[in-house]
Write a protein that binds this ligand. Sequence first.
Ligand code: HEC
Length: 124
Amino acid sequence: MKKTLGTLLAAALLAVLSFSAKAQTKVPDDINALLSKHTCLACHNADTRLVGPAYKDVAKKKYTNAQIVELIYEPKPEHWPGYPPMAPMKQVPKEDALKIAGWINSLAGGASKAPAKKPASKKS
Ligand code: HEC
């Protein structure tokens, strides 16, 4: 009996470990709380496509924070062919939307990071 429980626990631990190894982006607690409160997490994940695009992929669009806030209030489904349209989320307070926008842009490829383009030819 004890042995079975131990095996089960070990398996569960392994599953958790391999899951967290796959989830690359650690969402800060305050942002996670906002995303969860405003139900964004039902359709979005930082790294992978769910109903909506991964926030990492949104970051690649290089919107400004203000543009992202606008898109939360008034989504433009034509930006994401192949996805269902997102419902406007006008109930999200601007302050919260801005925090979320800033975080999205902090993800790989975001506007606040140095552009990942080919390096400009520097002085040799
Ligand atoms: C019911 C599912 C759903 C929920 C809830 C949802 N989204 Fe979306 N979101 C989508 C889909 C689908 C798209 C892609 C199609 C579109 O833009 O309309 C999208 C696109 C986006 C984009 C990209 C906009 C663009 O034009 O590039 C951002 C940013 C975004 N969502 C943020 C949020 C935030 C922040 C929340 C929570 C306040 C949220 N979403 C809640 C489904 C959802």
